[in-house]
Design a protein around this ligand. Structure first.
Ligand SMILES: [Zn+2]
Ligand SMILES: [Zn+2]
Length: 89
């Protein structure tokens, strides 16, 4: 477990405990570090890019495109697991 610190509206901070190995809500990979978007979204997804190759990703709400963009991203992540990027992005 890890702890993330968020600043509260109107001042002060709040600490949230989270499981860094829990899957990201968007890409499904372990979150690792909590992002500004929350403890269940990884920093890469929060910034809208792929954590492995840096390509821009945009996942819209399932209610908008029926989950098409999310499926595309999950396919992309699956591809990375099969063909890991060497030397990092
Ligand atoms: Zn993610
Ligand atoms: Zn990628």
């Amino acid at each position: 477990m890890k702890t993330a610190t968020y600043s509260k509206l109107g001042g002060g901070t709040v600490q949230v405990e989270y499981d860094e190995k829990a899957p990201c809500k968007i890409c499904g990979e372990p979150v690792g570090e909590a992002s500004m978007g929350g403890t269940d979204i990884c920093p890469a997804c929060d910034c809208g890019h792929c954590r492995y190759c840096g390509v821009q990703i945009s996942v819209v709400r399932e209610t908008i495109d029926g989950g098409k963009s999310l499926r595309n991203l999950r396919e992309h992540m699956k591809w990375h697991r099969e063909y890991p990027v060497k030397g990092g992005a």
